[in-house]
Design a binder for this molecule. Structure first.
Ligand code: NAG
Length: 272
């Protein structure tokens, strides 16, 4: 139980006779911040309002202003009397819903221009305002993935420019990273290499709700592997040549034997 709540419900009645005694009204946005919205989808912001026993909400206002810039123009999205359940927005795609303790702002067909700092203000009968803020940004695709090597720490570092909630993963020669090659850091951005010397292709893949992008770091070709392959091919060729030679020799010998046999037959025929 927080202090304000305690003061409002236990102490406020004692101040019944004091005009504008103790302000108990509060409002806070329930969304986890910052809120990221995919363009074209809907932005839904929920705010919880808490009023003291002696207070009554007379008005709820939703507004927005740019997050950065010099000219911070405040735009009113909706002004709702505390008593009505539905209240019209100032634009066709803006809808506000009012409940006893909650107000919901919905903007359909979200676009970049809808990004900014949203403010929900609750006004009580005495004209006292309480405001809560919420940062809303566009959900952006992954951009400009790159992999660089940190030679001194034998690690590969994957970077990405401005995508929302990027998710990093690594591949070695287009397959999962074997333990003999390296270990990926907890956040996924660094691949600490355990293999020596470093060779082959390392790919960093970065993805989010809007898709994937990747970059590959190409180290020197893996020598042992390529030398091994060469040796294997040479051996195979030699083996084939040897087999071919033996086969040719056997055929030649058989051919000579049968020739000699024929000649012997001929001599015998002549004799009789
Ligand atoms: C290499 O990594 C270490 C440890 O993460 C870091 O302190 C250092 O600045 C990095 N060097 C370069 C050139 O990025």
């Amino acid at each position: 139980m927080d202090l304000q709540y305690f003061l409002c419900w236990r102490v406020a009645p004692l101040f019944l006779l004091m005009p504008h005694g103790l302000q108990c009204m509060s409002v806070h946005v329930l969304n986890e911040q910052p809120v990221h919205v995919i363009p074209g989808s809907s932005l839904v912001l929920k705010a919880r309002m808490v009023q003291g026993p002696l207070e009554e909400i007379s008005m709820v206002t939703w507004e927005r202003e740019p997050e950065t810039g010099i000219d911070l123009v405040r735009v009113t999205l909706a002004t709702c009397p505390g008593s009505s359940l539905k209240c019209p927005g100032t634009r066709p795609n803006v809808h506000v819903n009012m409940e006893q303790q909650e107000t919901t702002l919905q903007i359909n067909g979200y676009s970049r221009a809808d990004s900014g700092v949203y403010a929900v203000t609750v006004t009580d009968r005495t004209g006292t305002n309480t405001t809560a803020h919420c940062i809303v940004r566009e959900y952006e695709a992954v951009h400009q993935v790159s992999v660089s090597i940190n030679v001194s720490h034998s690690s590969l570092v994957c970077g990405e420019a401005w995508g929302t909630e990027p998710n990093f993963s690594w591949l070695y020669e287009r397959a999962a990273i074997p333990q003999t090659v390296g270990k990926v850091s907890k956040d996924g951005t660094i691949l600490v290499l355990t293999m020596t010397p470093i060779c082959g292709h390392f790919t960093c893949m970065v993805g989010n709700k809007l898709g994937y992008s990747s970059a590959t770091y190409t180290a020197a070709p893996c020598e042992t592997e390529s030398r091994g392959t060469t040796v294997a091919i040479v051996c195979l060729v030699l083996l084939l040549l040897l087999c071919g030679g033996v086969l040719a020799f056997l055929l030649w010998r058989r051919h000579r034997h049968s020739n000699r046999g024929e000649r012997l037959h001929e001599h015998l025929d002549d004799g009789f």
